[in-house]
Design a protein around this ligand. Structure first.
Ligand code: BG6
Length: 482
């Protein structure tokens, strides 16, 4: 589809997210012809680089990612760089002049910085007249570190950019499988009648990473897994599973339904957090046969009570979901990179089979986000051949790569172009961000109040044993065979 020329400014242009995700995503869109020739990508950060230095840096990253060198050569001339400090006046005139060279372009200001800088940057963009009708601002998560700071940021940014100009990104919403959840739930007659407490036993959402801290200690150690992953990505996934059918895919129809789910989450606080949450921190261990250091060893001062793992049991108090647990777990330095949503259906009410047939198992619908995106539906069938009726549990298995023979685009590719085109459906509205914090804050308070250290787990494991106990206490298990 056609895209008009645009200018995209990345604040934090030399940071981890810009280099690992944003620039490769833009490069892929460029290769597919969706970054028109006149478009400019302007990296901005405090480092004293120039255009050539920045292009060199980006070249290395794209080449490491397997980009073809002719295509990289063609892409790099669209990149520019300007040193700029959000907290100092110098350079902003030059920056405004550079942006104003293209008055007709859609302007996207992507704030890939710590949220503490969002307000300063927006104020300066406003003061330089860069918040006109063709400007849009993208805010990376997490917005703030609790409800109060998030509201402060949202209001201050809102004085410069209108809600329609503000895109609060949660890149999980750009993942192919997450959008596929909409297609599966609302494009098939099969699932929706069963999609409720009458037929669903529980839901599990796992986002497991093998990565550790990398270059991000400064940010991550102040955030922790609850703020980094649960407040945004995990709750958004939960909303997509649990929301009522929106009347259409219009931005507000979808976001209204997600908001209702967030409002219906049962509070977790001092009274119940010890039963419903587990926090962990990784120690040294091995992943794929390679030794990796513990979290504390990766920090400069070697001290921290920040969690790198969270498991929790959430519940949605409404008619559709009453009594259905949603088990969430996420962590760094786990055994494998694996993200999936598992919807486990209730067992059949009565077994007609005798003991020799083997046990009956639950039907499970597994939506795999990564790696190898796909959908599996676990069914019970008869083991083929004579020898009596023996039951087997096997999946109807669809890998998107096999079914469609295409590499899935990265979530950021889709979302960056949504911003350029001005489509906010897959971005978080202000009230969603606030509602998510409103649920998270009491958990943070309970943890702080209890003053407990996170439980240790070995890098390369599936987290602290308490996370297994959390689900096994209820007679259930984390999905193993996905
Ligand atoms: C980011 C978090 O939002 O998501 C990171 O800040 C995390 O800590 C990343 O590594 C995971 O994203 P993905 O797309 O690799 O699953």
């Amino acid at each position: 589809p056609h895209v008009d020329p645009f200018d995209l400014v990345i604040f934090g242009g030399t940071g981890d997210l810009a280099l690992r995700k944003l620039l490769p995503a833009l490069f892929h869109r460029f290769v597919d012809g969706q970054v028109p020739a006149a478009s400019r990508i302007i990296g901005v950060a405090r480092e004293g680089l120039d255009d050539a230095g920045y292009r060199g840096l980006v070249r290395d990253v794209l080449a490491d990612g397997g980009g073809a060198s002719e295509q990289i050569d063609a892409f790099l001339p669209q990149l520019y760089y300007l040193p700029l400090d959000a907290r100092k006046d110098e350079g902003w005139d030059t920056f405004a002049a550079l942006v104003n060279e293209q008055p007709e372009h859609i302007r996207v200001f992507y704030l890939s910085t710590s949220p503490e800088l969002f307000v300063d940057i927006c104020n300066r963009l406003g003061a330089n007249g860069l918040n006109g009708p063709n400007s849009r601002v993208v805010l990376e998560k997490p917005i703030g570190r609790d409800l109060a700071s998030a509201m402060g940021i949202i209001e201050a940014v809102g004085r410069v950019f209108s809600e329609a100009q503000t895109f609060r990104i949660d890149h999980y919403l750009g993942k192919e499988t997450v959008q596929n959840l909409l297609a599966l739930r609302f494009g098939n007659a099969l699932f929706e009648p069963l999609w409720n407490a009458g037929h669903i036993d529980h839901v599990q959402i796992t986002v497991a990473e093998t990565l550790g801290l990398g270059r991000r200690a400064g940010y991550y150690d102040r955030a922790g897994a609850l703020r980094d992953m649960v407040q945004n990505h995990m709750l958004q996934l939960l909303c997509m599973v649990a929301m009522e059918p929106p009347a259409s895919l219009s931005p507000d129809a979808v976001r209204d339904e997600k908001l209702k789910v967030l409002h219906a989450l049962k509070p977790i606080d001092m009274r119940n957090s010890a039963q419903l949450t587990v926090r962990g921190q990784y120690k040294a261990g091995a992943i794929d046969g390679e030794r990796v250091p513990g979290y504390l060893e990766e920090l400069d001062d070697g001290q921290s009570s920040t969690e790198t793992f969270v498991a929790l049991k959430a519940e949605i108090a409404n008619w559709r979901w009453a009594g259905v647990p949603f088990y969430l777990r996420t962590g760094k330095r786990l055994s494998a990179r694996l993200s999936e949503i598992v919807v486990a259906f209730k067992s059949v009410p009565h077994s007609i089979f005798d003991a020799t047939a083997g046990p009956l198992a639950q039907n499970r619908l597994v939506l795999r986000l990564q790696p190898d995106e796909g959908v599996k539906l676990w069914l019970t069938i008869k083991h083929p051949g004579p020898g009596g009726l023996r039951l087997r549990h096997v999946p109807l298995d669809m890998s998107f790569a096999e079914a469609f023979g295409v590499q899935q685009p990265d979530a950021y590719e889709r979302l960056l172009l949504d911003v350029v085109r001005g489509n906010p459906t897959l971005f978080m509205r202000r009230d969603e961000v606030e509602a998510a914090w409103r649920w998270i804050d009491p958990i943070l308070a309970a943890w702080g109040g209890a003053g407990e250290l996170p439980r240790p787990y070995a890098a390369g494991s599936w987290g602290p044993s308490a996370a297994v106990a959390l689900i096994e206490r209820d007679g259930r298990t984390w999905n193993e065979d996905s």
